[in-house]
Design a protein around this ligand. Structure first.
Ligand SMILES: [Zn+2]
Length: 143
């Protein structure tokens, strides 16, 4: 038995039970499967659960649907966040300060701050390690 996540044109998500994956394709194309909520016979397959979990993963997402990959990504994110929380906030001066530290014009320490994508690329080109930390607000780290 195969359980497949389906979605109708109105966006209702539901599970369909099939004997084989061939049957999924043929039953859907012959419109033999209809939405249990609105009866729409034009349904399509949704990506399997782990993909959905990855795409919709948020910082609060600790639900049982989290795949091992999502779990690993979250652990990595938490580790980065921990690093950033212990770093000195240099704000807009991030790119300058990162350079000064790299060229030993400033004390060696961990810093965080704001950099544009171009600035981050320039730093990486110069061999300076920078990491993006998406979805983290300064307020989170300063508290
Ligand atoms: Zn529907």
């Amino acid at each position: 038995m195969l359980v497949v996540n389906l979605v109708c044109r109105r966006g209702h998500a539901f599970e369909g039970w099939f004997r084989s994956s061939d049957e999924v394709t043929s039953q859907i194309s012959q419109e033999l499967v209809s939405c249990p909520l609105c009866g729409d016979p034009q349904v399509s397959r949704m990506p399997s659960a782990p993909h959905v979990a990855r795409k919709s993963a948020t910082t609060q997402d600790t639900g049982p649907a989290a795949s091992p990959d999502a779990q690993r990504a979250r652990e990595l994110w938490l580790a980065l966040r921990g690093l950033a929380a212990g770093a000195e906030n240099v704000g807009e001066r991030f790119a300058d300060e990162a350079r000064r530290i790299h060229y030993e014009e400033a004390p060696r320490r961990r810093i965080r701050g704001k950099a544009s994508l171009d600035q981050a690329h320039e730093l990486l080109d110069e061999g300076i390690a920078v990491l993006p930390l998406p979805g983290v607000a300064d307020e989170d780290l300063d508290s």
